[in-house]
Structure formats: structure tokens, C-alpha cells
Design a protein around this ligand. Structure first.
Ligand code: UD1
Ligand code: MG
Length: 430
């Protein structure tokens, strides 16, 4: 049976204490809302996101990345709350799965548990020793009676350990009937979606509680929740790579974003950050290195190397304190302390310590092209645009401003001069 999905993302998220809408805060490099959209896309092609606070900005971000998402703007002034968010939402299919936009850890497998039942309403329930912060699900003889929000709970209800995870799968017809009937007679003066449960109970509708894992259905309401959710998400990402053969040293110290790919035999050491659309193939990333939006194959980098966006390293050795940006390096050695930006470097070339591609003149960026088998001596500045052909030797301390010819030794040095005995005259009293 086909399912429609509604993602509630109109709330301000005041507990986040941030000017950025809550659902745009990121887990492993991707906003919580995008995690929810991607889980929804695996179940449905009728997805509606409900927005209100900073709606235009969030809508623009979604549209830049995803196609075929419907939007509904909540009338949050007159109808605040999760029930108010559902007012006027039109879904195409017989069943509607409602997700909170602040649940970045939910997987499509877990959602299948809710959509797979014949009940008129299925709802997600978590058993928690510390239920604080969640709506309590009142269950008697295995039947759900109602959901009571924490702020509306009496002393007995507060101790209830079954809580509402915030995901429901409801017959669309029932939703259309119940939502307009919701009231705001509660402590927050909000229209609670959760009140549809009580309405269903009164009409003897079948309501099935589906017990789910706290880890997957965790709602993020504060920066503490955000950090905790990211930790869980990171563990998932890293366990998945290790299960596929990647070696990780002290994995709890490694940060890997959602879109990173790692293939073949790789070693990722402690403190490494792999960011954006990075791809690592048969490579060794040594401790405390950072790689962002780059491809590394058959290479080793670090410790403490930084590979910035649009770099592509093949069979290359990068040592400590080397920064590469938009660098295409094939069969290169750059062992120490260099900045290699906007450059292409060919195989067999050796970049000495302290080499700098001077790519920026204060207005624009320029390219440095280095051919094959070029020996760049230590402390060399390559003032771009510059083209060093194959088989060139650049002496240490040179500032290269003119394109050499293959076979050249290039050097620009002030001739050395020595003054005999000066040391003794200066430092030693006679
Ligand atoms: C909600 C549930 C609670 C459940 C918890 C699970 C209600 C009344 N309460 O509480 O039972 O235990 O989730 O995490 O539903 N939103 C809107 N419009 C609004 C208000 C909220 O779209 O006017 C969206 C938010 O952007 C968010 C989601 O709904 O994505 C949940 O809102 P939130 O304020 O976090 O609800 P909780 O208090 O956590
Ligand atoms: Mg919440």
C-alpha cells in the first residue's frame, strides 16, 4: 500500500537557544530535516514538509537539494502546536506517516514497523527509565488510552515510563476528520496532534502501539540532545565502515560525515575528520588530518595534514603540516610544511619543505602547473600563474616568477658573503 509522509518542521525550537531553525542544525554534516527527508524518500513519493518559522529559508534549502517535496505553511498564529501543523495538509495516499523533523536517527527500516500494520493508527512508543521531556503514553491492558504531554501530567502520569516517540501512521480519512476537531484546552494552549489518540479510543478505532528503540527515535530539542544524537550517528557510520574492512584507530576520536565514501583497504587514525563529499580509496590517513570534499586514492597523508575542497590525490605522499587546496597531485611527494593551492603536479615530482604556491594576488587566484620529475627545493615560492615543465630542478630558497624550460636549474638567491672573524669581534670581549 502506498503511504504519504508529513514531516513537521514548523516549530521554532526555542530550547535550542539559536537563531537558526532547529531542524537545520546538523548531525554528521547533514541537517536534521534532510536526514528525515531522506528516510521518508525511501518509503514514499508523496512527502509534505510543514513549515512556519523561517519558512522561506528552509524551503529554499530543501528545493536546492531535493525534487518533488510539497510544502505546507502552518497558520501558527491561530493554530500553534503539532496538531495545528497538520491543519490543511493534503495527502494523496490512504495512509499518512507523520514524522517530527527533529528525529535525525530514524531509519527507514524502523519506519516500516509503523507502516506495516493494518491498524487504523499505529504510534511509536519508547520505554524509558527517565521519561522526562516526552509525552507520556497511557497504556492499560496493552491498549493505548491517551497521550499526555509532560506539562499536562499529574503526579501519577509523570511516572509513566512509556513515552510517545512522535511518529504515527494514521488512516488519511481519520486524520481529515480528527484534525479540525482538535482543541487547545491544555497548559500550553496548543493544538496537540497527540489528542487524536483519545479521539480514536472514543470511537473504538484500532490503535497499535509499536515499541521502538530510543536510539532511533530520539527527539533533538537542545544542544545537548544534538551532541548526543551526533555521537550515536557517528558510531553508526564508523561501525559500518569497520564492518566493511576499514581499520580505525581509536574510532571514538574520528569524525566522518554522512556523504563520505571509503573503499578498499584503508587505515584511518585517531583524530581524523573526513568532511563533505570525500572519497578515500586504498589510503592511509594519519592522525589529526582533515580531508574535505576531496578524493584520495593510493595515498598517505599526515599526521596533521589538511586537504581542502576539490583536491584529488593519486599515489601521493603528503606529510605533516601540508595544506592542499584544489590540488591535483599524481605520484607526488610533499613531506613537510607546504601550501599547495590551485595546482596540478605530475608524477615523480618532489616538493621540498616550506614550498608555497603563491596563488592569490589580493584580487584573483592563479594556477601553478608543475610537470613530471620536478625537484622543488625547500623554501621555494612559486608565484602563480606559473608553469614548470617536466624535468626541472629548483634550488632551495628560490622565488620562481618566470616559466623555466625542461632541463633547467632555476635559482634566485642573493649571493652569499662571509666576513671572517666577525663572530669573535662581536661576542667576545678582548
Ligand atoms: C512532541 C510530542 C510528544 C513527543 C515528542 C517526541 C506533541 C504535542 N508532543 O513533543 O508527545 O513525546 O514530540 O519527540 O506532539 N512543530 C510544528 N509546529 C508547531 C510545533 C511543532 O511543526 O507548532 C514541529 C517541530 O518543528 C518539531 C515537531 O513538530 O519538528 C515536534 O515539536 P516539538 O516542539 O519538538 O514537540 P515536543 O515538545 O518534543
Ligand atoms: Mg521534540
Amino acid at each position: 500500500m502506498s503511504i504519504s509522509v508529513v514531516i513537521l518542521a514548523a516549530g521554532q525550537g526555542t530550547r535550542m537557544k539559536s537563531s537558526m531553525p532547529k531542524v537545520l542544525h546538523k548531525i554528521s554534516g547533514k541537517s536534521m530535516l534532510f536526514h528525515a527527508i531522506e528516510a521518508a524518500q525511501k518509503l514514499s513519493n508523496d512527502i509534505t514538509v510543514v513549515l512556519y518559522h523561517q519558512a522561506e529559508m528552509i524551503k529554499a534549502q530543501i528545493e536546492a537539494k531535493y525534487e518533488n517535496i510539497n510544502f505546507h505553511i502552518q497558520d501558527a498564529i491561530n493554530f500553534p502546536g503539532t496538531g495545528g501543523a497538520m491543519r490543511g495538509v493534503i495527502t494523496k495516499n490512504d495512509k499518512t506517516l507523520i514524522l517530527n523533523g527533529d528525529m535525525p536517527l530514524v531509519t527507514d527500516e524502523a519506519l516500516h514497523k509503523l507502516t506495516g500494520s493494518d491498524a487504523d493508527i499505529t504510534m511509536s512508543v519508547i520505554m524509558l527509565d527517565n521519561p522526562s521531556g516526552y509525552g507520556r503514553v497511557i497504556i492499560e491492558n496493552n491498549s493505548v488510552l491517551e497521550i499526555v504531554e509532560q506539562k499536562d501530567c499529574d503526579h501519577v502520569q509523570l511516572c509513566t515510563k512509556s513515552v510517545n516517540a512522535g511518529v504515527y501512521c494514521v488512516s488519511s480519512k481519520l486524520l481529515n476528520r480528527y484534525i479540525p476537531k482538535l482543541s487547545n484546552a491544555n497548559s500550553q494552549k496548543e493544538y496537540y496532534l497527540t489528542d487524536i489518540i483519545k479521539m480514536g479510543v472514543e470511537e473504538n478505532i484500532t490503535i497499535e502501539p509499536i515499541y521502538v528503540d530510543e536510539e532511533e527515535f530520539k527527539g533533538v530539542n537542545s544542544k545537548i540532545d544534538l551532541a548526543h544524537a551526533e555521537q550515536i550517528h557517528q558510531t553508526r557510520i564508523k561501525n559500518n565502515f569497520m564492518a566493511n574492512g576499514v581499520i580505525m584507530r581509536l574510532p571514538e576520536t574520528i569524525y566522518i560525515e554522512t556523504d563520505v565514501e571509503i573503499e578498499g583497504e584503508c587505515i584511518i587514525e585517531n583524530g581524523v575528520s573526513l568532511i563533505g563529499k570525500t572519497k578515500i580509496i586504498n589510503s592511509h590517513i594519519k592522525s589529526n588530518s582533515v580531508v574535505e570534499d576531496s578524493i584520495l586514492e593510493g595515498s598517505d597523508i599526515g599526521p596533521m595534514a589538511r586537504i581542502r575542497p576539490q583536491s584529488n590525490l593519486l599515489d601521493t605522499h603528503i606529510g605533516n603540516f601540508v595544506e592542499v587546496k584544489k590540488g591535483i597531485l599524481d605520484g607526488v611527494k610533499a613531506g613537510h610544511l607546504s601550501y599547495l593551492g590551485d595546482c596540478t603536479i605530475g608524477s615523480g615530482s618532489n616538493i621540498g619543505a616550506g614550498t608555497i604556491t603563491c596563488n592569490y594576488d589580493g584580487k584573483a587566484k592563479y594556477q601553478t602547473i608543475i610537470g613530471k620529475n620536478v625537484f622543488v627545493g625547500s623554501d621555494t615560492q612559486l608565484v602563480a600563474p606559473i608553469n614548470i615543465p617536466d624535468n626541472v630542478m629548483i634550488a632551495a630558497g628560490t622565488t620562481v616568477t618566470k616559466d623555466p624550460v625542461s632541463g633547467d636549474l632555476v635559482l634566485s638567491r642573493t649571493p652569499q658573503k662571509s666576513i671572517a672573524g666577525f663572530f669573535y669581534k662581536f661576542f667576545i670581549k678582548s
